[in-house]
Design a protein around this ligand. Structure first.
Ligand SMILES: Cc1ncc(COP(=O)(O)O)c(C=O)c1O
Length: 366
């Protein structure tokens, strides 16, 4: 499959003007102790920050991180049985969505997503001057799901350059199988990329495939299962050609040295993350039962949240406000197609706060 890149990125370059010390050290095969070339504040004492955050933190923060995120990518690729060249690291899944748009779509070209899915994609697409086309979700009495057939049809009709799919999806929590995703890829136009946002893949019940798929950019996050939202770490999986294209336009030092080191350390000690994922899935089931026992219609979820379906936006807004009066914050998506949902993160706190709060018995949900 030979998908086109925007005209201004088809020739060699642009090239990162500052590949950095780490890349040079790897190339030379030795460390360079006298680092006089990067204008970093290497002699800043950092007494305050050392006192507060410790020596290890202070030792990282004076230097730029590795623009190629080599050590983190090495660990990711080993754990997922991938070639390192099939991985790219950036400052969270959000940065990767922005990067995909910047590297794959020119101003004025069309992109397609589900109406009311994770809104950051639409926000970035509009900010970049893309023509955004939204496709209604598939709805029936059992749930709500991105409509893959309709996404492909609209992509053909509109000559779209990229289709966005969150799988598992936010806010519906729905998960399409790997086979469904492959079928979607096959049904898209040959010159249309699939941006597959797998921020929640760790919470699937089946093991998610991590294979690079031709014409697909998988995007993943360390904010959910790894609990590093504040450090901004995410990675992408794709073909070597696709990722080298994206590296041309990536903000080369967006990811901090601390974030890179923390994510690598976590990958060296996977037990805590594995246990956390199991705990979240358990709580997701408990939260679903709790809400169902109070009469709510809860969508099946393969994420770290559950979505409650209310009869309409007004009922959802009323319940959201009743909860907020008791200092319980839940999310109601802003999009008109989804504002009848309330999205609740499956934290221990959700079980406690919603068990004891007043007025949660559902009067109007069905
Ligand atoms: C579908 C989806 N993609 C991406 C993100 C953002 O991930 P990150 O924190 O890695 O930017 C979220 C966060 O809620 C999400 O729900």
């Amino acid at each position: 499959m030979k998908l086109p890149f925007p005209a201004h990125l088809q020739s060699d370059g642009p090239h990162n003007p500052f590949p950095g010390l780490k890349a040079l050290e790897r190339r030379l095969g030795r460390e360079i102790p006298h680092r006089l070339g990067s204008n970093e504040g290497l002699d800043m004492p950092h007494e305050v920050l050392t006192q507060h955050f410790g020596e290890a933190f202070a030792s990282h923060i004076r230097s730029y991180g590795d623009a190629e995120a080599y050590e983190l990518r090495q660990r990711i690729s080993q754990q997922l049985d991938l070639a390192i060249e099939n991985t790219l690291v950036d400052a969270g899944a959000d940065s990767l969505l922005a990067l995909a748009l910047r590297g794959l779509v020119a101003i004025g070209e069309s992109v397609v997503c589900s109406a009311g899915t994770y809104p950051t994609f639409a926000y970035f697409a509009q900010g970049q001057g893309c023509r955004l086309i939204e496709v209604p979700y598939f709805k029936n009495e059992n749930g709500l799901a991105p409509n893959l057939t309709a996404l492909a049809e609209v992509a053909h009709q509109q000559k779209a350059r990229l289709v966005y799919l969150a799988n598992p999806d936010n806010p519906s929590g729905h998960q399409h199988s790997d086979a469904d995703v492959l079928a979607l890829r096959q049904s898209l136009p040959e010159d249309c990329w699939l941006l597959l946002d797998e921020a929640y893949h760790d919470f699937r019940e089946d093991p998610a495939s991590s294979n690079p798929i031709d014409g697909v950019l998988r995007v993943r996050s360390f904010s959910k299962a790894q609990g590093l939202a504040g450090l901004r770490v995410g990675y992408a999986i794709g073909s070597v050609e696709l990722l080298s294209q994206l590296m041309k336009v990536r903000i080369h030092y967006a990811l901090s040295s601390v974030s890179l080191a923390a994510a690598a350390l976590l990958l060296d000690h996977p037990q805590e993350v594995t246990a956390h994922i199991e705990a979240v899935k358990h709580r997701r089931r408990q939260l679903t039962h709790l809400l169902q026992s109070k009469g709510f219609n809860v969508l099946p979820s393969y994420t770290n949240f559950v979505a409650v379906v209310m009869p309409n936006g007004e009922a959802a807004s009323n319940l959201q406000n009743r909860l907020l009066e008791q200092d319980i914050l839940v999310t109601r998506p802003a999009h008109a197609d989804m504002n009848h949902l309330l999205r609740i993160t499956a934290l221990e706190d959700a079980l406690e706060a919603l068990s004891s709060c007043k007025g949660l018995e559902n009067r109007v949900a069905r």
